[in-house]
Design a protein around this ligand. Structure first.
Ligand SMILES: *Cc1c(COP(=O)(O)O)cnc(C)c1O
Length: 225
């Protein structure tokens, strides 16, 4: 078996064990984060059966999208400068890093169709992290109503780097509770059914808390060779 295929088999086993153990019926989608690796490695990931791909820079995004078959689904997972929105926003399937109103305004202006976005939330409140505060999510979503080209499909977060499993779990749980709350509002422009959380170090915790998308780079496709 090739490397990515091997990693994916192991990750899928772990995910299914975790789902069984925690009684989770959701089958999360694995996003292969290919930002560290070559086009060849991304193609290997496609051949292993992966169809969701995550990139955080314009250049990497464009080259991977060009190289992969058209049924690959592309997630832009990095923070995006407003001036670069026009170069990328109509090409992405999902944008995971909506974190400010000025960016929403620019996306709305440049979009030629409805863009599926995740709100990036800074659940821990650490100032080093991107994302809006958990307490500001409701009013932010309310303000987005004016932007007809933006659809909020879910919430996204990055947990801080720590071994404290309970702490990470508490953050993911808060995001899930917020997702449930927004979903219940039944807003047409913000169905908010999805939860994008969990990376190489914490995806099993995220799955236990109901992640619908996990974003895995290092453990799945490796780091730069
Ligand atoms: C790089 C990155 C990932 C993947 O990180 P790994 O720890 O390598 O799995 C996931 N999400 C975001 C937003 C990233 O920037």
């Amino acid at each position: 078996m090739r490397k990515v295929e091997e990693n994916l088999a192991k990750i899928n086993d772990e995910i299914n064990q975790q789902r069984e153990k925690s009684n989770i019926s959701t089958q999360p989608s694995v996003i292969a984060v290919t930002k560290y690796v070559t086009i060849e490695r991304a193609k290997e990931a496609y051949q292993a059966g992966l169809r969701h791909f995550g990139e955080n820079r314009l250049e990497g995004f464009k080259e991977k999208k060009e190289a992969l078959p058209s049924d690959a689904v592309f997630h832009f997972i990095g923070s995006l400068q407003s001036r670069k929105v026009k170069d990328v926003i109509n090409e992405v399937d999902y944008f995971h890093a909506l974190d400010r109103m000025s960016l929403a305004k620019e996306i709305n202006k440049r979009a030629n169709h409805t863009i599926s976005c995740f709100l990036q939330v800074n659940v821990s409140g650490e100032s080093s992290k991107h994302g809006i505060d958990l307490d500001d999510v409701n009013s932010f979503i309310e303000d987005l109503k004016q932007y007809e080209n933006i659809k909020i499909v879910g919430l996204m977060t990055m947990a801080p780097f720590t071994d404290d499993v309970e702490y990470i779990q508490s953050l993911f749980r808060k995001l899930r509770i917020k997702r449930d709350e927004i979903q219940k509002l039944n807003l047409e422009y913000a169905p908010c059914t999805e939860l994008s959380m969990g990376m190489s170090n914490d995806y099993l915790i995220a799955i236990e808390e109901g992640a619908t998308f996990v974003r895995i780079g290092t453990k799945l496709v490796g780091e730069e060779e």
